[in-house]
Design a protein. Structure first.
Ligand code: PHE
Length: 468
């Protein structure tokens, strides 16, 4: 079976697919707003520091483990630690986490699809009504969009790694980048835009505290799609010709580059069309920013480009977010699909149908947890409030568990697979990184302070979120 494993067609194809996974809603909205609120350039530096010193070695560990085992995450843990139930917990977590993240990410993607459709139909104005979002997420039309998103993702994954995932990324990623640059140019040429750039980039060290450091670390980790089993899976589809450190560097650079560039658009847009706004009042939640705040900013643009012009800008932005979300969603659903293919020996279509159908119903339950069904709306009680099923899935799987998964993969690679074997995998392919600073650094860091930091972030988040 290993000999027939699907593969990416080229190094560029792999990089675009992995960057497609990494570039998501977090880059386009979460990062810029977090940076602006938490010290501007000081946050940026901190973030870049984490990407290079912590995330890059973990990314290399996931890719190398996948390429060496040629298996999905569970198969990878079984491959390196056969018959050891302790390690299998890591394997199961790396399969269940993406499954659950996919469920809530699908819900956000369907909302984006709904908003995009509304804007294209000329209804930008309606989106700025304060009740629109609450009304929309609890209306039966969400079923239509869920079916549309499921069909699109299903089509891409049905076509396989090279003809589906890679081809999709090769179309969507360059278009995403062109739209982003176009929007940046448009926004930067508006009045007052420079106030936003200043706010984004002027360093303010006094804003940096323990919570901000924790936040920058968490943001960097999930932005690079770490701890979700995605890079183990994508690693298993890489050939041996290109080096893992070289490819990982490109993916990290692309992801950080898009996040940074998105900041040059989102913040100047906010400042230019809302001069005098106090950035401290911006919401921390990407969801409320995208769906309730940004439509107002886009509508305000009509003073300079008219209603149709404003609608075009808004539509481009939502299309951008839609592409970013779709490539991320595809990557994350591929993890359990490859899991079922490997572990059960199912064909791609049968695995896709099994995963897709079960996921569809859980996504539906999450979609119904915004008022339509009380059981799902008030599903759990923690941190002194009641939470919906959607919130629970988000809090546990997106916000909390990723550093734990990262911690386990660090231990697996350094102490079970062993550094010498890991190095041999890193040194396979061109350009060769044998003896490079990156390799030597990663060797030291992955077995020592990186897992300690990840464990610390995990414990800190659990305490803050569930026990305060
Ligand atoms: N990196 C993505 C983001 O920034 C996170 C993600 C990846 C979410 C893959 C889901 C699936 O939004």
């Amino acid at each position: 079976m290993t000999a027939n494993r699907e593969q990416f067609g080229s190094r560029l194809g792999f990089i675009l697919a992995a960057a497609g996974s990494a570039v998501g809603i977090g880059n386009l909205v979460g990062f810029p707003v977090n940076a602006a609120k938490n010290g501007g350039a000081a946050f940026l530096l901190l973030y870049a520091f984490f990407v290079v010193l912590i995330c890059l070695p973990v990314m290399m560990a996931e890719l190398a483990a996948g390429r060496n085992s040629r298996k999905n995450p569970l198969g990878t843990y079984r491959h390196f630690a056969p018959g050891s139930p302790g390690w299998l917990i890591g394997g199961w977590l790396a399969l269940i986490t993406p499954y659950m993240i996919a469920v809530f990410y699908a819900v956000i993607t369907l909302w984006i699809t709904g908003y995009l459709t509304a804007i294209i139909s000329g209804n930008l104005q309606a989106l700025t009504d304060p009740d629109y979002f609450a009304h929309f997420v609890s209306s039966p039309t969400i079923f239509v969009y869920l079916i549309a998103v499921a069909a699109l993702v299903g089509l891409i994954l049905h076509s396989g790694v090279k003809d589906g995932i890679e081809r999709g990324a090769k179309i969507m990623m360059p278009s995403l980048f062109v739209m982003l640059v176009g929007l940046v140019i448009f926004v930067l040429t508006r009045d007052h835009a420079m106030a936003g750039v200043q706010y984004y980039l002027i360093p303010d060290i006094s804003k940096i505290n323990a919570q901000v450091i924790n936040g920058a670390m968490g943001q960097a980790f999930f932005s690079l799609s770490l701890g979700m089993g995605i890079l183990i899976t994508y690693g298993s589809y890489m050939d041996g010709r290109s080096s893992i450190p070289g490819s990982a560097k490109m993916v990290a650079l692309a992801d950080t580059g898009v996040a940074f560039t998105a900041g040059l658009m989102v913040l100047p847009a906010i400042f230019s069309f809302n001069p005098g706004i106090d950035p401290g009042t911006l919401s921390d939640s990407s969801v409320s920013l995208i769906f309730t705040f940004l439509p107002k900013i886009f509508l305000a643009m009509q003073v300079s480009v008219g209603y149709v012009g404003a609608s075009i800008v808004a539509a481009l932005f939502f299309l951008l977010v839609f592409f970013a979300a779709l490539t991320s969603l595809v990557s994350i659903i591929e993890v359990p699909v490859s899991g079922v293919m490997d572990q059960k020996g199912y064909s791609r279509n049968r695995a896709l149908a099994t995963i897709g159908i079960t996921m569809f119903f859980i996504a539906l339950a999450c979609g119904l947890s915004f008022g339509m069904v009380d059981f799902f709306t008030n599903f759990a009680h923690y941190g002194e409030a009641s939470h919906s099923l959607f919130d629970l899935v988000y809090d546990v799987f997106y916000d909390t568990i990723l550093p734990l998964n990262g911690f386990i993969i660090c231990l697996l690679v350094t102490y079970r697979w062993k550094k010498a074997n890991w190095n041999a995998e890193l040194e396979t392919g061109e350009p060769n990184y044998k003896g490079s600073l990156l390799e030597r650094y990663s060797n030291f860091a992955l077995g020592t302070f990186i897992p300690v930091i990840l464990l610390f972030v995990f414990v800190n988040t659990v305490l803050n979120k569930f026990f305060n």
